[in-house]
Write a protein that binds this ligand. Sequence first.
Ligand SMILES: [Fe+2]
Length: 298
Amino acid sequence: MDSVYLDAVISDDERRGRMYRGQIFVYSPTPGSKALIQLARDMVKRAFGSLDPETAQFHMPVEEYVAVLAELKPRFIHAPEAKECLQAILRDLKCNMEKTYFDVPRMRTATSDDYLTSGIAYAFHPHRDTWYSAPQCQINFWMPVYPIVAENSIAFHPRYWSEGVRNGSAGYNYAEWNRVSRPTAAEHIKSDTRKQPMPEEEMELEPQVRLLPPPGGMIVFSGAQMHSTVPNTSGRTRFSIDFRTVHIDDVRGHIGAPNVDSECTGTTMGDYLRGTDLSHIPGELIAAYDTPAPTVAA
Ligand SMILES: [Fe+2]
């Protein structure tokens, strides 16, 4: 990784090609992304009532806070308007809607001062999404809902674009995770015992790159990019939205970022919905990526 493109006027094919070589794109808010963060803000405001959502953590017991998020987050993920906003964003960025597939948007929260860093507000250690069964052609979109600062943002670790890290991805299978671990997210308040693919060696996290787009501004990057949640010391909870896409030609051609260290099994390929009619990726293509979990000797 050596370049960050700002509001690049470029075809989506060319853009994906550059992202597969480690470059990152940042876009100013578009009509679609503005609508999406407005939807998020409306839902967040309703969920926290009279409290300011960015500082509500200082006025609520953590268990109560978790209960609010446990209701809010799935409601946002499954809101039909959210999908419409995603479609608008992809059109804004000139993606081919017939060939681009997206998954549902997630709302993430990073609370300040170690108030809650596990379970439903998991603070992501350095990782690649490709350690979590995402295909090498996955593109990630990330945007803040409220203004962010360096102390509550997302960090990229460019050194590891081309350098592998010893990690636990071999023990991760997406289907298995969905079956066992994800449904218990809200139960993990103080610590998180769910087995996630972690770096298994000391990493050099500096220098790192923190990009600070305005609310609704988007960071767009390869799912193979090493990134992490910045430990939030800002005094404000960060709310962000992310979602992922794949382009069917790249899925078919097994084109994408180079795999330097991911050994997970299974695939998230069954999650993506076509930009036009929300249909799934054809079964035979999903099957081509769906490697079986290793059998554990008794
Ligand atoms: Fe990630």
